[in-house]
Design a protein around this ligand. Structure first.
Ligand code: SF4
Ligand code: SF4
Length: 181
C-alpha cells in the first residue's frame, strides 16, 4: 500500500479481520501493534520496497480485503517464517500471508508462475519437470532413483482443496513446462 493512497469506505470489509482470524494460524492477527519487526527481519523486504509484511497485517486489520487479495506483492512471500519467529506479539505472520494466498487461490487467481508449477505437479508429481539427462546422471553417480509419485491420489487431493477452476485451466494448457536452467 503506497503512502497517500486513499481508501473508499465502501472498499472496507469490517468482517475481513475476523475471517482471517478464524483461519489456521490467523488467530493473533488482531494483536499486531505495528512494531515493524517482521518487516525489518524479512529477507524479501530487503530486496523489494513494496513488500512489507507489517503492511499486509495492517491491511487485514483495516479490512482492506480487496486490495490485499489483489496485490501482486502478496505472492513474494518466501514462507521462511522468520517474521513469525520474531514477532513479539505472537502473530503468525507467515501463516496469515499463506491464508491470504489461499483465499486468492480459492477465487481462481494465482500468478502464472504458480500455475506452471501446479501444472508440473499434477502431471509429473514434481514441481519441476526433471529432464531425462538428470535422471541418467543420478544413475551414473549411483544415486537412488527418484520416488514414484501417486499422481492419481495427488490429483484427487488437489481436487478436494477447492482450486478446481485453476486446475482445469492448468490441465487444459497441455504439456509441462521445463523450468530447469
Ligand atoms: S512483528 Fe508482529 S507485532 Fe510487529 S508489526 Fe509484525 S506482526 Fe505486528
Ligand atoms: S515468511 Fe514471508 S513475510 Fe515472513 S519473513 Fe519470510 S518472506 Fe518475509
Amino acid at each position: 500500500m503506497s503512502k497517500g493512497e486513499g481508501v473508499k469506505p465502501s472498499r472496507i470489509d469490517p468482517k475481513f479481520r475476523y475471517e482471517v482470524a478464524k483461519m489456521l494460524g490467523g488467530r493473533d492477527v488482531l494483536q499486531c501493534f505495528q512494531c515493524g519487526t517482521c518487516t525489518s527481519d524479512c529477507p524479501v523486504s530487503r530486496f523489494s520496497e513494496k513488500y512489507r509484511p507489517r503492511y499486509i497485517i495492517r491491511m487485514v486489520q483495516l479490512g482492506l480485503k480487496e486490495r490485499v487479495l489483489n496485490s501482486d506483492f502478496l505472492w513474494l512471500c518466501a514462507s521462511c517464517f522468520t517474521c513469525t519467529d520474531r514477532c513479539p506479539q505472537g502473530v503468525e505472520v507467515a501463516n496469515v500471508i499463506r491464508t491470504l494466498k489461499n483465499m486468492t487461490a480459492m477465487e481462481g487467481r494465482i500468478p502464472e508462475v504458480f500455475k506452471v508449477i501446479l501444472g508440473n505437479l499434477v502431471k509429473t508429481g514434481y514441481i519441476y519437470r526433471i529432464p531425462d539427462s538428470r535422471i541418467k546422471r543420478r544413475e551414473e553417480l549411483g544415486l537412488p532413483p527418484l520416488s514414484k509419485v501417486n499422481i492419481e491420489g495427488l490429483n484427487k487431493s488437489l481436487q478436494n482443496i477447492g482450486i478446481g477452476e485453476i486446475l482445469k485451466e492448468v490441465l487444459q494448457k497441455g504439456g509441462e513446462v521445463d523450468m530447469w536452467v
